[in-house]
Design a protein around this ligand. Sequence first.
Ligand SMILES: [Zn+2]
Length: 231
Amino acid sequence: MFTEPLTLPESRVKQSLSPDGRAAAKSMVDAARFFHSRGWLMGTCGNLSVQLHRVPQRILVTPSGKDKSRLQPEDFLLVDERGQTLDRSGKASEELTVHQEIYRLTEASAVFHVHSISNNLASRLWLDAGQVVLEGIEMIKGLAGKTLHDRVHLPIVANSQDMRSLADSVAAGVSPECPAVLVYQHGIYVWGQNAETARRHVEIFEFLLEYAVKLHGFGLSSSDNQGRGIV
Ligand SMILES: [Zn+2]
């Protein structure tokens, strides 16, 4: 007599994700490969998540310790508000707590976190100022709701190896004015209303920070434009 197996085979588990979940996983795989190709997501560093449902919370997140250049859609873990995996065994990224804090404080449905040379350098150069100020740069228009005339204040917060402390540190920098927080000599957390927007925001911030760091090397500033060169 046929009986149901106690554990679902992998092929059936994958199909337990909703179409939205599968689309989100595919978007994150594509984003992770692109970020890796740019040197922003090397080795096992960084993490990506999409919040599929706010209450009860359902988050699709990268697994802990997985090389991001080799991610497959089925590698993502579906977790609840306690970080417990729902669809199968596995350990979610350790920085899930930070993502959850950002979801709590914003309207975001996607949070992407990358480590790059430019974002680490920027966090060091402007630590004393507590922020990177960006002004008069065309790429600012790529951030949701921003125009060329907007000043962007990207907060820089302290790093920690304790995930609760790191989540509190990042939370202190979260505001509706800027969809990102830079963590000192660690990386950047960027968010958006969906995976595509979060990916675009990562690309925009990485461009802006690389440009700001290079301007600084020439003795120029990314924040002293004051309308010059704009008609
Ligand atoms: Zn990190």
